[in-house]
Structures are given as C-alpha cells and as structure tokens.
Ligand binder design. Structure first.
Ligand SMILES: [Zn+2]
Length: 376
C-alpha cells in the first residue's frame, strides 16, 4: 500500500487502481487562456501588475487588495494563486504556494507596498501547492493561519513521503502500468504517475512549516480587522475538509482557494463531491458583482462559479445515466466522455478528476454513505 493512499480507505484505493483512466497530457501544455476577458472588463482589476515574475504576477483588484495569479506556462514555483490584503493597521497574505520562491515573491512584493506589520499568512487548505512555501513566512516571524485540522492533515502525509524515495513511492503506480490491459489504459496510468510525481517531488524538497494559528471552523465566520478592511473567514467543505475562503464583503471580493477553480476539472483527491456542489450553489448566491480569486485559473465573476457548477453537472448527468442503466461504477467512470465545452480543461488525472467524483455520486445514490467522508 502506497502512503499516498492514506487519506482514502483501502477499498477506495483498490477501486481506484482498477479503472484509473485518461490523463489528458496534451491539455497540460495548452496555452493558458489570456489573463482574460473577465478580468479586463472589471474596472477593479489593474491592467498592469505591481510585480511580475513570470510564474506569477501580482495586481491590484481593490482598495488594499491584490491578487497573485499564477501562469503555469512559465513555471510551477507558485502553482496556486494567492493574495495580499492591506488595511490601515496591518497586512495579511494568502497561500504558501508550492515553493518558498513564490512565497518569498509575495512577501517581497508586500514589502514594496507597505511597511505595516504582517498579521499573518492564511492557507486556504492543507494541500502541498498552497502550503510548501510556508517556511518563508515562518522564517520572517509571520504566523501561519489555517483551518484547525490543516497541521494534522499535512503531518499525516508529507513527512511519510519525505522518508521515502520517489522510486519506492512509485512502485504501486508502475505496477499498474505494467498490468494495464490496453495501450490506452497504459498511457493513462503513465500520465497518472506524472500527476502523483508532481506532488511527491515538491513535497520531498520542502522544509515543512505547519500553520501555528489554528482557526476553529465551529467559530466561523471569523472577522479579521486590518483597519478599515475587514476580512471574513468562512469554512465550507468540498475540495477538502479544511477549506477556507476569505471574503472582503465591503468590496465584494472573495479569495476562494480550490473550492473554486477555473479552466480545469475539479481536483477531487481529498474531496467531497456532493458537499462541494452544495458549496458552489452557495457561492452562486454571493453578490452579482463579486470578484472571485480562484485557487487556480483566472480571476472571475459569477460566470466562473456557473462554469464550475456546469462541469460538476455534466459529471453527475453522465454518471446518472450509467447508474440508471445498471452500469457498474468502474465501467461508468470509463464511459465518461469529456464534452466539447470542457475539452481544453486541464485534468490532474482521470482518477482524481473524474473517477473519484463519479464514485462519490454512485455512493450517494446507492445509499452507501460514509465511505467517502471516512478519513482513514
Ligand atoms: Zn488543493
């Protein structure tokens, strides 16, 4: 058993190995949609960034509000988006990114904008591409804030990976490649190795810095007053069980983490598909003028929420057809066809983008609750 399987039950993992499907490798190299229509059309978003490192740029999106937007085509140092918030009395940052290089970039940029004390750096959830650069903040004496369960989630997995070699880690994944039944399946499995390696390698290179400021979800929404700028922290379940969003209601700006992503299939590695859809339905009720900074992809308005909902809808509709026709879940996940409107979407892997989501729908419909939510 690979340590990667830790967040899942053994049953889930075995089901996964039997029918992981296509990773659309080509899509990973598709050019990013230009930093976009939506962005340009909103007067709150500055045309020129205040800083640009290629792999990410930082631009003003409101009074004291900045968005750090990643460009994967120029490097994965950041991999996720982030942000800077500056009030009259203090500043904060959002995300630790995939490497210290990106966290340092964000901190350095903040220092060009203000000399106010930095109240903290917020992680939207525990994933590697949002937390591995946290050590920069720790080294600068900046507290790292996150959902109360984030340190435990990180500690349960990442030190394990750091005690293993990539070669050992990949043994079960390579075994699947050898045992693939068709050429197509073999290619899918190979691509999946690429996906898990893309997590393992940055984790193995990181000095982990766990959040030291615990935010209790039972006490949310939590308000943080930076002086004339109030940040509201809310907890929703979906992409993980530790997801936080950061809203600035006076300005209708919201930093969403991976609960909202653009231009890609939902990454459901540690997700809860049914709750995630409910969460997105709540986001659809946010003010029509809300500017969303997603965890990945371009800044968007409500159209970004609609698009992600429609991607989930498509997964659910195709799965439901199979379910009603009595198609077993393994087969149903293979039958899923990526519709034209999502053909340029990035896909982390078939298994974690599509299969796992369809499995969760099946479990819901067949009344077998509990498996998915069971962290073991
Ligand atoms: Zn994530």
């Amino acid at each position: 058993m690979n340590t990667f399987a830790r967040p899942f039950s053994r049953r889930k993992f075995l089901a996964g190995t039997s029918s992981l499907g296509a990773l659309y490798a080509a899509a990973k190299f598709a050019p990013l949609p230009a930093l976009a229509q939506g962005m340009a059309s909103d007067p709150r978003i500055a045309a020129q960034p205040v800083a640009d490192k290629g792999f990410a740029s930082i631009r003003k999106i409101g009074e004291g509000l900045y968005a750090t937007i990643t460009d994967r085509s120029k490097g994965l140092q950041a991999r996720s988006n982030g942000g800077i918030l500056i009030g009259r009395d203090a500043a904060m940052m959002i995300e630790g990114f995939q490497t210290p290089i990106a966290a340092q970039f964000q901190l350095d940029t903040l220092r060009t904008l203000t000399q106010l004390p930095v109240h903290g750096a917020l992680n939207t959830h525990w994933h590697f591409d949002h937390t591995l650069g946290n050590s920069v903040y720790g080294g600068a004496g900046i507290p790292i804030w996150a959902h109360a369960d984030v340190p435990a989630r990180m500690a349960a997995i990442y030190p394990k990976w750091q005690s293993e070699s990539l070669e050992t880690f990949l043994v079960p994944w390579e075994k699947r490649v050898k045992e693939a039944k068709t050429d197509a399946q073999r290619e899918h499995f190979k691509s999946d190795i690429e996906g898990v390696s893309g997590m393992f390698v940055p984790v193995s290179q990181a000095v982990l810095a766990l959040p030291n400021r615990s935010l209790d979800p039972a006490k949310m929404p939590i308000k943080i007053d930076l002086g004339g700028l109030t940040v509201v922290v809310e907890h929703y379940i979906g992409h993980t069980d530790t997801d936080l969003i950061f809203r600035v209601p006076e300005q209708n700006v919201a930093y969403m983490g991976d609960l909202l992503t653009g231009g890609q299939y939902p990454v459901n590695i540690n997700g809860y598909a049914m709750k995630w859809r409910e969460t997105l339905a709540k986001f659809a009720t946010f003010d029509k003028k809300t500017l969303f900074v997603p965890g990945h992809g371009n800044i968007c308005g409500q159209e970004g929420v609609s698009e992600m909902r429609s991607c989930f809808d498509d997964l659910a509709e195709q799965a439901e057809k199979s379910y009603k026709a009595g198609v077993p879940v393994e087969e149903a996940t293979e039958r899923y066809v990526i519709p034209d409107k999502f053909k340029n979407y990035r896909l982390f892997s078939w298994g974690f983008g599509i299969q796992r989501t369809i499995e969760q729908f099946y479990e819901e419909w067949s009344g077998k609750h509990g498996h998915v939510l069971n962290y073991s």
